[in-house]
Design a protein around this ligand. Structure first.
Ligand code: NDP
Length: 522
């Protein structure tokens, strides 16, 4: 972290930088652009339709962001202070006056245009997301496609949405009328930066609200690109504003502001608790909290027949290691029916070894801090004498070093039943594999967690799919599949994995307020 140098921050420099970044739609072009810079680029905020500077005074500081695959300094971003956040909120409030009164079909056109522009620039977004977050380019493309779907889905949802009407016989007709709920703070984490931010922005503006969004300080690049894209889409000024900065300064100022009507947050459970605390006295504020998970994958012996075991292994491995295990929905606790345990472990280890090759099909983890956290858990595994069936204890790395943050896929077995390795969310390419005795034991183990976000159930027994599936304490249960999503289904977690659901009509609950009108029958 250093003091700002206003010379580096002229408007022209910001425009030139935006043009140059927008031209980099291959990894080679992006790397040669980065290498050509005399000093790392600075990402601006996007407020009132403009890429702009925060207030530059003695309190202004900026944050360094490093490239996970190399460990090198990639860019700087301003740490937006309370006054910068207030300025963005004021613009969002002003825009709300007109945006909330636009028709759904007008808003639909903007969302469609944004989704088309994202589609046209799919490779550009994928390239920068891969560089910024550490994920593979292939994985980044999948997430850009999902971001495109976020806008296209809500662009059509709002023009087809229905509302409930009821008759009170001979007395009255009642119907639900919904209004946009106001200005929202949209806060997203670093694991799927573009996808998760657009999962909030798209419904927010579709339902007539306006936003101040804050990405994670670790991965702000795609939010910056999104600001440029909103300019190109001619989205009216102030409808979406993006402030950059860290959680304790920028995020905290944003959620606590009395001028913000709602918060849609995705991130860790502890941060969710802090947000609930900070807003406890603002009872009217809408809160949607999508939090952490420690998700079980249950492998029943019936899914390990010669006809099905390839699928079982593939799904369990994908759920564990996709995006380096940095997906809140990853199945990081695998429980296998004892009769199939040894066979599963052997085939699973063989499959993961071939499929997840570091630097090829598996990326780097997002930051030095996160790398150290994962390393700490692997140290604990070694101390507790767990078996590393795959992977080993990684070396220490530093921010600004040259190695990057690479953690090999790791499979831990012989883990003590009370170990924190089975309780804490490690959020990396680390999975535990443990046996279970019978169905009741499997359900008990799956539910033995403070979290309840997702679960994977691998079985060919149709009755068991429902019997077990309906007892698992998780907001999302996937049977013989993983990460399948229909954007209309409720997304969210039970227990400490969150409050509220988003998706289709569930997002409408978050971003609108309902009033019931009663019209008399006379
Ligand atoms: P954090 O909770 O640390 O951060 C999430 C976001 O909140 C970041 O933008 C962060 O800013 C910001 N933030 C931090 N403190 C505050 C605060 N006091 N007030 C307001 N905003 C704040 O999570 P991570 O970024 O580490 O993400 C990983 C977590 O996200 C995991 O627990 C994972 O399970 C969860 N997650 C949940 C998902 C779900 O749908 N349930 C999906 C994806 C991830 P900054 O980073 O700049 O400090």
């Amino acid at each position: 972290m250093g003091q700002m140098n206003p010379e580096e921050w002229t408007q022209q420099a910001l425009i030139d930088s935006a043009d140059a970044v927008w031209g980099c739609d291959t990894i080679e072009k992006a790397n040669s652009f980065i290498a050509s810079l005399p000093t790392p680029m600075c990402l601006p905020n996007y407020v009132a339709g403009k890429l702009g500077l925060p207030v530059l005074d003695a309190t202004a500081t900026f944050i360094d962001s490093y490239e996970p695959k190399t460990g090198k300094l990639l860019y700087r971003l301003p740490r937006a202070q309370e006054k910068d956040v207030e300025d963005a909120i004021r613009h969002a409030r002003a825009a709300f006056q007109t945006w909330s009164k636009t028709t759904r079909s007008e808003r639909s056109v903007y969302l469609r245009r944004i989704s088309e522009l994202l589609q046209e620039n799919r490779e550009l977004f994928a390239v920068w997301e891969s560089i910024d977050q550490g994920k593979t380019l292939e994985r980044a493309r999948i997430e850009v496609d999902r971001a495109i779907s976020n806008f296209s889905y809500f662009s059509t949802y709002i023009i087809h949405e229905q509302t409930a009407a009821r008759m009170v016989d001979g007395v009255a007709l009642t119907y639900e009328h919904r209004s946009p709920a106001g200005v929202f703070a949209l806060i997203s984490p670093w694991n799927m930066p573009l996808y998760l931010l657009t999962w909030k922005i798209a419904p927010c503006i579709a339902f007539g609200c306006t936003a101040v969004a804050k990405p994670s300080e670790i991965t702000s690049m795609s939010a910056y690109l999104l600001g440029i894209l909103f300019q190109k889409a001619k989205l009216p000024a102030g409808v979406v504003n993006i402030v950059l900065g860290d959680g304790p300064t920028t995020g905290a100022a944003l959620v606590a502001s009395p001028l913000v009507d709602g918060v849609s947050f995705t991130g860790g459970t502890q941060t969710g608790i802090a947000i609930r605390r900070a807003t406890a006295h603002q009872i009217r504020k809408h809160l949607s909290l999508e939090l952490g998970g420690k998700n079980p994958t249950l492998v029943f012996a019936d899914s390990m027949t010669p006809a099905t075991r390839e699928r079982t292994i593939r799904i369990a491995a994908t759920a564990a290691f996709e995006n380096q295990g940095e997906i809140c929905l990853c199945g990081s606790r695998i429980y296998v029916e004892r009769a199939a345990y040894e066979e599963f472990l052997a085939l699973f280890t063989e499959y993961v070894t071939k499929k997840y090759v570091l630097r090829e099909t598996m990326g780097a983890v997002a930051s030095a801090q996160h790398y150290s956290k994962i390393r700490g858990y692997l140290q604990l595994a070694a101390d507790e004498k767990a078996t590393f069936s795959l992977g080993s204890f990684p070396p220490s790395v530093e921010e600004g070093g040259t190695q990057g943050y690479w953690v090999s896929p790791t499979i831990l077995t012989d883990v003590a039943p009370d170990s924190v390795l089975l309780k804490d969310e490690i959020f990396g390419p680390v999975v535990t594999v443990c046996p279970f005795d019978d169905e009741a034991d499997a359900i008990r183990l799956a539910n033995d967690s403070e979290y309840g976000l997702a679960a994977v159930l691998l079985t060919t027994d149709g009755a068991r799919m429902r019997r077990v599936g309906e007892q698992i304490e998780a907001g999302l249960v996937w049977v013989n599949c993983w990460l399948v999503r229909d954007l209309g289904t409720p997304f969210g977690g039970m227990k400490n994995s969150g409050t509220g659901r988003e998706g289709g009509e569930y997002s409408r609950e978050v971003f609108t307020v309902a009033r019931t009108l009663h019209l008399p029958a006379y």
